[in-house]
Design a protein around this ligand. Structure first.
Ligand SMILES: N[C@@H](CCC(=O)N[C@@H](CS)C(=O)NCC(=O)O)C(=O)O
Length: 194
């Protein structure tokens, strides 16, 4: 299996989840400006979506979308999932929220946007971070154990830090807790982020 990633992109969430799962996998960097991978492949031929992450399974199939990839990893490595009858649904609920509400809101900060777009984005992000902070069930989103949703949230918190966004204290603590985890340190070191 091979993860296609770009440093500090949202694919870091999947990178961390694979490290946390302790699986054997390869990774290949993608230059998003040229769409050429580290081995010289045309990334658009791998996925016409042209964005990271993509996870190539051992049978050659390509998975895309953070929600799907993180859910796939958690389904195979239940320590990254949520326990209980509604566990998978709750995990998907959190992944969908992070993807569609938070990740999406952060986009204007990465691209040249008007002052008004920036201000609206910052306000939306603050509301959504507060919601997530209020829903923390312990050290992590679902309690004392890290799940695939925390991997995704962590990347959004790194971006919030990068753009100097006001972040509720419990989420700052979660970010630092995550940053100290050996698997996170490995993924970040590979991406040149330490
Ligand atoms: N819907 C996709 C969006 C992924 C996405 O936004 N990837 C960004 C990096 S965080 C990217 O590769 N952008 C480059 C591009 O779109 O050309 C998902 O949730 O996985």
């Amino acid at each position: 299996m091979k993860l296609f990633y770009c440093p500090l992109a949202c694919s870091l969430a999947d990178h961390i989840a694979l490290e946390e799962a302790g699986v054997d996998y390869e990774r290949e960097r993608v230059d998003l400006s040229t769409k050429i991978t580290a081995t010289g492949r045309n990334y658009n031929e791998l996925t016409s979506k042209g964005y990271v992450p993509a996870l190539q399974l051992d049978n050659g199939e390509i998975l895309t979308e953070n929600v799907a990839i993180l859910d796939w990893i958690a389904s195979r490595h239940p320590k990254l999932g949520v326990r209980g009858e509604l566990g998978r649904t709750r995990l998907l609920e959190a992944l969908a929220y992070i993807s569609t509400e938070l990740h999406r809101s952060l986009r204007p900060l990465w691209h040249s946007s008007s002052n008004q777009e920036m201000a609206e984005a910052r306000a939306a992000i603050q509301t959504r971070l507060q919601f997530l902070s209020d829903s923390l069930a312990g050290d992590y989103l679902f309690g004392e154990n890290l799940t695939a949703a925390d991997c995704y949230l962590f990347v959004m918190l790194l971006w919030a830090e990068r753009f100097d966004l006001e972040t509720p204290k419990p989420l700052v603590a979660l970010r630092e807790r995550m940053r100290a985890r050996p698997a996170v340190r490995v993924a970040m070191a590979v991406e040149g982020l330490n």
